[in-house]
Design a protein around this ligand. Structure first.
Ligand code: BGC
Length: 758
């Protein structure tokens, strides 16, 4: 495939060659890995004609862009992510190409990764998916996504890492080197404010700088600066009247200016709308403009991309110079040299046993036990009968949902895994449909092959489930959302927070039977649970991918002790949620002001005193933990602000002495091994601006054997006390009183340790 593509690309590049200078020829240089990257980039740039530079800054097919064949510079091949490597599509179409060797492992959705609260899982994830990308000969993985969870209706929340900038930032960072050590770039997306799907191309977001800097940018900044992501995807929406794909403020001023980003900005597919803005406002690589590259009947529609012939014409006519072009080409060359042109890349592998094990570990650690009255879980019905109810117990979830849709080598359903595990104990498992959800099962030509058609009425399905529940020792309802339109799906938001397809009635009916009932929610979003008091046990099981069923069975049977924690709050009702207050509308087709400002997720619920169904950071275990001996190393820290800007050594010294240590001992007081996530929040007791009640600033996941204790410690420094001051355009800390709050969730506080900033 790549060879065929190279030929096409060579032909395309030749058609540009009629203009300008005689470029130098030297291929060998590019093979020398020891030459410094910047020197190689500059050398390549100096040998390229204007036409060749233009050729590398826009797509040549759905997922590839040209290299410079004359100089031996290869093409760049992108692939979706973020949960597995997308099946090959046709050159100019979204439809799959029909290859038979492109099935892969589906890893858990990023909400599940975030729910592990474990950076090691993020590195494992990155390495595993990076190896699959490498094996499939991809250069850029389009992911991971770190848009902040603003509303439970967000169609793509399942692809992101929750509502808290600190959590999302910590979890995204290790994923990136994991992928990039394979010679595959990550492309962190969708930068930024892409919080709505319905009108994603037209919604014009505005918000305070404080909300932008405190909530929506930090995870992207960490991904670029600490993770070192070699590329970033600019989002579809507008910000202050300009599409983000060519938004001067977000791309030139913030990303490349304030953050000093040296990577390439890639447009979301079809997100570029204007040649002038694309030239001047920071876009480097244009993809996806128009849905079908050959539809207009032009010889090569890709020549009509904003950053193709239209750009070239402006250069030729003298309307624009070539400084911007050089900057774009330089960034794209850097990306190519870091990936496609990297020598000695590992071979990668796909569908290996290690990758399935990685998917299972991450899934096992991400499942959240929301509720467990009377030790309903793990199941203890050896030799008895389990009734499994619900479409999501059998439905494949890896097909659908938009660009993250996959073609898996295997996907174990909850029913199959529960049945296999139960058989080991001589336990019988029966299944009842319960409700009819989405019976389709195809996306861009990939089909599940499942026949989910159903003739019976809702009443008949409920009656069957209820009758079987009466004869069973335990009932597991597996429901939630799916990847159909208006569920958890790109391009469409949810229409309400309620469970779809009449599932509430099924749960209510099952609860009324009295057989111990566990609800397993498969979703990437919070759902309303009007029956919460009537159901003794609830698991939040996300979309786990290939090993979904195995992970659910691991937790249901107690082979794995659940240790996931919620990466976003579950409100009781949609109207409680910050993006759905009076005067604010969602979805928005035009101007959308984020009136809630920095008060997103738990920051909102806590400031307004609104009770939630399940709080941020919540998750139970089959064992119990006891916290003790919480301490703080001093009563105050001295501000380093006076030392900032002095000589480097004095600043370093000041920073070092301006740190507090919080310690707390955690003991596993139950009789099985388990993991606790110790969370550190900071509260600013009095400030000149309104601040959240508290904000997450640290977390540690500790694994403890029965009876074992460990001391967990956190460092606190002045940076963690700051807020973003819109007026001064600066991060500011104010002297005064603070609390270090050690907690097991946003609502479960273990210790409050006062200190001050002097
Ligand atoms: C999505 C991106 C995706 C791209 C390529 C766009 O519609 O928003 O997330 O990477 O398509 O499939």
């Amino acid at each position: 495939m790549k060879n065929a593509v190279s030929l096409l690309c060579a032909a395309a590049a030749c058609s540009f060659l009629w203009l300008s200078c005689a470029p130098k020829q030297n291929v060998e240089l590019y093979l020398d890995q020891d030459v410094d990257l910047e020197a190689r980039v500059e050398d390549a740039l100096s040998r390229m004609s204007v036409e060749e530079k233009v050729a590398i800054i826009h797509a040549q097919s759905k997922f590839s862009s040209a290299g410079v064949p004359r100089l031996g510079i290869p093409e760049l091949w992108c692939t979706d992510g973020p949960h597995g490597i997308r099946p090959e599509v046709k050159w100019d179409e979204w439809d799959q190409a029909g290859w038979t060797n492109d099935s892969i492992v589906a890893f858990p959705a990023l909400t599940c990764l975030a729910a592990t609260w474990n950076e090691d899982m993020s590195l494992l994830y990155g390495r595993s998916i990076g190896e699959e990308a490498r094996y499939r000969e991809k250069d850029v993985l389009l992911g991971p996504g770190v848009n902040i969870y603003r509303t439970p209706l967000g169609g793509r929340n399942f692809e992101y890492m929750g509502e808290d900038p600190f959590l999302a930032g910590q979890l995204v960072v290790p994923y990136i080197p994991g992928v990039q050590e394979q010679g595959v770039a990550t492309c962190v997306k969708h930068y930024c404010l892409n919080n709505e799907e319905t009108h994603r191309h037209t919604v014009n977001v505005d918000l305070s700088d404080r909300a932008l800097y405190e909530i929506y940018l930090p995870a992207f900044k960490k991904a670029c600066q600490e993770g070192g992501s070699w590329s970033i995807m600019a989002s579809y929406n507008l910000y202050r009247g300009e599409h983000v794909c060519h938004n001067d403020r977000l791309l030139n001023q913030v990303l490349k200016g304030e953050w000093g980003y040296d990577g390439a900005v890639i447009s979301d597919w079809g997100g570029c709308h204007d040649t002038d803005q694309a030239i001047h406002n920071g876009l480097d690589l244009e993809y996806g403009t128009g849905t079908d590259g050959l539809a207009t009947g032009t010889k090569n529609e890709y020549d009509n991309y904003h950053l193709a012939h239209p750009y070239l014409q402006k250069i030729r006519s003298g309307e624009v110079g070539t400084d911007e072009l050089d900057d774009k080409a330089r960034r794209v060359l850097r990306l190519i040299m870091r990936t496609a042109m990297r020598d000695g890349k590992p071979a990668g592998n796909k569908c290996s046993e290690q990758h399935y094990q990685a998917a299972r570990r991450i899934g096992d650690e991400g499942i959240v036990l929301l509720k467990n009255n009377a030790n309903t879980l793990p199941l203890n019905v050896k030799g008895g009968k389990i009734l499994v109810v619900g479409e999501n117990a059998v439905k494949m979830m890896t097909v659908g949902g938009g660009s993250s849709s996959l073609k898996v080598q295997k996907e174990i359903s909850p029913l199959d895994a529960i049945r296999a595990r139960a058989a080991q104990d001589g336990t019988e498992v029966v299944w009842a449909r319960g409700y009819v959800g989405d019976v389709t099962g195809s996306y861009n030509g990939v089909t599940t092959g499942q026949d989910l058609s159903e003739e019976r009425s809702a009443e008949e399905l409920i009656a069957e489930a209820v009758a079987l529940a009466g004869e069973s020792d335990a009932v597991i309802f597996v429901g939630g959302l799916n990847k159909a339109k208006h569920q958890d799906c790109e391009g469409r938001d949810r229409k309400s927070m309620e469970l779809p397809y009449g599932q509430d009635a099924v749960v209510e009916a099952l609860a009324a039977v009295g057989t111990p009932l566990s609800v397993v929610m498969v979703s990437g979003n919070a759902v309303a649970m009007p029956w919460v008091e009537k159901v003794p046990a609830i698991l939040q099981a996300w979309y786990i991918g290939s090993e979904a069923g195995e992970c659910i069975a691991d937790v249901v049977f107690g082979d794995v002790n659940p240790s996931g924690r919620l990466p976003f709050s579950f409100p009781v009702a949609l109207s409680d949620s910050p993006a759905h207050q009076e005067g604010m509308s969602f979805p928005n087709n035009n101007d959308c002001f984020y009136g809630e400002g920095i008060f997103v997720g738990y920051r909102w619920f806590e400031n307004k005193g609104i009770d939630v169904l399940f709080p941020f950071g919540h998750g139970l275990s089959y064992t119990t933990f006891e916290y003790s001996d919480a301490s703080i190393s001093a009563k105050s820290i001295k501000s380093v602000q006076e030392a900032v800007g002095a000589d480097v050594e004095s600043e370093k010294k000041a920073r070092k002495s301006s740190t507090l240590t919080v310690k707390v001992s955690v003991k596993n007081t139950g009789d099985r091994a388990g993991a606790e996530v110790v969370q550190l929040y900071i509260q600013d007791v009095e400030a000149s601006v309104e601040r959240p009640v508290k904000e997450l600033k640290g977390f540690k996941k500790v694994f403890l054997e029965p009876g074992q204790s460990k001391t967990v410690s956190f460092e606190i420094n002045e940076d963690m006390l700051r807020f973003f001051d819109d007026q001064r355009h600066a991060w500011v800390s104010e002297k005064g009183e603070f609390n270090a709050i050690v907690a097991a969730s946003a609502a479960d506080i273990m210790a409050t340790l006062p200190f001050s900033l002097k």
